[in-house]
Design a protein around this ligand. Structure first.
Ligand code: ZN
Length: 391
């Protein structure tokens, strides 16, 4: 099994290939941009380019031994780290670190056999202290086969949110500050604002953008079983992110994970607009009282609905949720929704997302958010629109 070819990101490719050709690529690079747009795939391409023995100004040759091994994610000097669920403790630090390394190996094996996976996770994952220790040990040994070694650290913001200890971050910081010779670190993050400032300041940033909708649709049609209608719908909802488009495709008989979230977030928005406050409380109470971090993607999905309501009010062609276009236009018209209030609503959702990263009660978080949205979008407005003197 080999990785699919890198799609899009032509400008960034040219910039990186040029820098490598001039021997000027910073040893710590932070690739950031929206979720699912292929940051890890791009980083793997950069890694392949750094390892390739026949590279050109266009990129890696694709055929030398290093390229072939990199494309199978089997190159001994390509080290891919990603957030993982923490394995149960084995009783000693050494054995815990080994368990984390085993979990990482298993995850890479999974990605080798099924490289096209939706960018989505429904459980809190972290880059744990033991992983940072393993990485540091590995980095100190130097390249095994090629003239360079490359460490890909995916979703690097997850390094800070776990273990309640700055040690994991510090172990990595030291490496980024003085990278060992012939060693490159490629960090990816969809939320660079959540990275430690010290990490952010040590890495050179490269922004990656989404792909054109048409390109995402074509990719999905060529590389998955989806038919054209499914591919186009997924590409529309994915806003230029192949990894997100994959999550909107059916998963066997079931909805894909992002399609499920889309439907669930629709119910939340509908309840926020409902005249019955009981709907909001019942909805909030239907969630578990712990695990707010799991809500982050749901809240992102709510933002899309609010943007769509805003589009429905002003430019219905821009609506992403095509299948709900009628409902969106009708709701926007009936409630006289205005882009200014909807923008305030978006702020509320973003605040809730920030809170969800901490240890808050999801029921309280959602109840507060739904009430806040109702107040902003419906009740405050009808009050302020009531002529003075009316009872
Ligand atoms: Zn090559």
């Amino acid at each position: 099994m080999s990785l699919h070819p890198l799609e899009g990101h032509q400008e960034a490719r040219t910039a990186v290939a040029g820098a490598i050709a001039r021997n000027r690529l910073p040893q710590a690079l932070l690739l950031h941009g929206p979720p699912g747009i292929g940051k890890q795939r791009f980083a793997l391409w950069v890694a392949q380019l750094l390892l390739c023995t026949e590279s050109t100004a266009d990129g890696p040759c694709g055929t030398c031994r290093d390229c072939r091994m990199a494309l199978r994610v089997e190159h001994p000097d390509l080290h891919w780290y990603m957030p993982l669920r923490k394995p149960p403790s084995k009783g000693s630090r050494e054995r815990d670190d080994e368990a984390l390394e085993d979990a990482r190996t298993a995850r890479i094996e999974e990605l080798r056999t099924k490289p096209l996976q939706p960018s989505h996770s429904d459980e809190p994952l972290g880059i744990h202290l033991g992983t940072a220790r393993n990485l540091r040990r590995r980095a100190s040994t130097g390249p095994a086969m090629a003239r360079r070694q490359v460490f890909l650290i995916a979703n690097a913001e997850e390094l800070v949110a776990q273990d309640a200890s700055p040690e994991a971050a510090n172990a990595l910081l030291k490496l980024l500050e003085e990278p060992p010779e012939s060693t490159w670190f490629l960090l990816t993050s969809a939320e660079p604002g959540r990275l430690l400032a010290t990490i952010r300041s040590r890495a050179s940033s490269l922004h990656l953008s989404g792909l054109p909708e048409e390109q995402v649709a074509r990719f999905v049609m060529e590389r998955t079983d989806a038919d054209e209608a499914e591919a186009r719908k997924a590409a529309r909802l994915a806003s230029g992110a192949i990894g997100r488009a994959l999550g909107f495709l059916p998963d066997g008989e079931d909805d894909g994970p992002l399609e499920e979230l889309r439907k669930e977030s629709f119910r939340l928005i509908r309840d926020a607009l409902s005249p019955r406050s009981g709907d909001r409380f019942a909805r909030a109470l239907s969630y578990r009282p712990s695990g707010a971090r799991g809500l982050r993607e749901l809240l992102t999905a709510m933002e899309v609905w609010l943007r769509d309501l805003s589009a429905a009010a002003s430019a219905p062609d821009a609506v992403l949720n095509h299948d709900a276009a009628d409902w969106l236009v009708r709701s926007a018209r009936e409630r006289n929704l205005h882009p200014v209030e909807l923008a305030r609503g978006l702020d509320l959702v973003q605040e809730a997302r920030a809170q969800a990263a901490g240890n808050v009660n999801p029921q309280l978080l959602l109840a507060g958010l739904l009430m806040g949205l109702h107040r902003t979008l419906v009740s405050d407005r009808s009050a302020s629109h009531t002529p003075v003197g009316t009872p």
